[in-house]
Write a protein that binds this ligand. Structure first.
Ligand code: SF4
Length: 393
């Protein structure tokens, strides 16, 4: 495969065969019209190609989506050895030509829309409703796209995130408040449509003795910026990351870059890990070690370090998992937990009448862990439903 430096966007786009039944489109969670996108790119119409995609996250998808199992995995040319590198084309076009958010219709005119959550899905929905003429308010207590900002710079440059924020920040009204169930009720009273995309904000814990000695991934990755800026480092230290997803790989690679000996402890087999293959490979090539079929049992402080007790596990693929009595201990300095996160459902507690109503929609990570493309797809789907409903209102 050609190196990224050799990449010629127009030549790559011209490789597309414009298939009559394009596998790239059916494999894209958003259903992007990839053949038309590539044709516009080949013709040098970068602006047209970007606007055709219809949302501002093309560059970010280009960086973090698993193209090999989405658009590129479905490309007919993958069977001949090299798919059209749609993700790379998308990433480069969007970086140079950020999406323009403009009003394009009036299907949702006179409709007030509240979006709870300034993440990928929330902002995509806000953009689509604004484009349909709606009056949009986004409720977000943190910085916009704060979850994306936990992805280390080496995987997702901050500039790409900032370009999205630049596209949207003067288009909506932003309310910097944490939304709880009481406020959600009031929002529902005041707005015609509510889209809840508050993300998966509740981190899973270890639920073992000594858990407080471990560092949650969000703290580790947040502090990582300070470490990388020279405020600290992990040289000579040993870090154990517990988990098997992309975030665990981010933590492991960050720890390696900070100079630590690093091991990833995962409770199942290599092939059961939820992390994308390319992320696991990157962690391996950067020197992280992996220990499979182990589950944490306890953490204790020993001198200045930590002792992690692990039990061997037996699993049937991603099915039944048995934790055995066979244990071992590992000495280390930092334990990072990256066990995933889930929707904080306290926000909808006691609101069954609202969540069952026609004005209420839920999407993004609040509706189950998602890739960027799937979070975008949720928002686009709901925006279509709302536009159809409000049309002719
Ligand atoms: S499957 Fe590949 S070759 Fe066919 S239209 Fe899609 S990108 Fe082009």
């Amino acid at each position: 495969m050609k190196s990224v430096e050799d990449f010629n966007l127009i030549k790559e786009s011209a490789r597309c065969l414009r298939c009559s039944r394009p596998g790239c489109v059916s494999s894209c969670p958003v259903g992007n019209d990839i053949p038309s996108f590539l044709q516009l790119a080949r013709q040098g119409d970068a602006r047209g190609a970007v606007q055709l995609i219809g949302h501002p996250f093309g560059e970010i998808c280009g960086y973090v989506c698993p193209h090999e199992s989405q658009c590129q995995g479905g490309c007919v040319l993958a069977r001949r050895g090299r798919p059209v590198l749609t993700g790379e084309v998308e990433r480069r076009l969007f970086a140079d030509n950020p999406y323009l958010v403009t009003v394009r219709g009036d299907a949702a005119a006179n409709t007030s829309v509240a979006v709870v959550g300034g993440g990928v899905s929330g902002l995509t929905f806000a953009v689509k409703m604004y484009e349909q003429g709606a009056d949009v308010t986004v409720f977000e207590k943190d910085e916009l796209l704060s979850t994306l900002r936990l992805i280390p710079e080496f995987r997702l440059p901050r500039a790409a995130i900032d370009r999205v924020v630049d596209c949207v920040e003067d288009k909506f009204r932003f309310v910097r408040r944490r939304v709880d169930s009481e406020l959600l009720r009031r929002i529902a009273d005041d707005y015609d449509v509510v889209y809840l995309a508050s993300g998966a904000s509740r981190c899973y814990g270890l639920n073992i003795q000594g858990e407080d000695f471990a560092t949650p991934y969000s703290d580790f990755l947040n502090k990582n910026g300070a470490f990388l800026n020279g405020d600290g480092d992990l040289r000579g230290k040993k870090v154990i990351v517990i988990g098997g997803g992309n975030t665990a790989m981010d933590c492991a690679r960050s720890a390696r870059r900070l100079g630590a000996r690093t091991a990833v402890a995962y409770r199942r087999r290599r092939e059961d890990m939820p992390a994308f293959d390319k992320e696991v490979s990157a962690a391996v090539s950067e020197g992280a070690e992996f220990v499979y079929n182990v589950a944490p049992v306890s953490v204790s402080r020993v001198g200045h370090g930590l002792e992690l007790t692990l039990a061997e596990t037996e699993c049937e693929g991603r099915g039944k998992l048995t934790v055995t009595e066979r244990v071992r201990t590992e000495q280390c300095d930092v334990i990072v937990t990256a066990l995933g996160s889930t929707f904080d459902d306290s926000i909808v507690e006691g609101l069954d009448d609202l969540t069952g109503s026609e004005k209420f929609f839920i999407g993004g990570d609040a509706d189950g862990g998602k890739t960027v493309a799937r979070a975008v797809a949720d928002a686009m789907r709901v925006a279509r439903i709302v536009s159809e409903k409000t049309c002719g209102k």
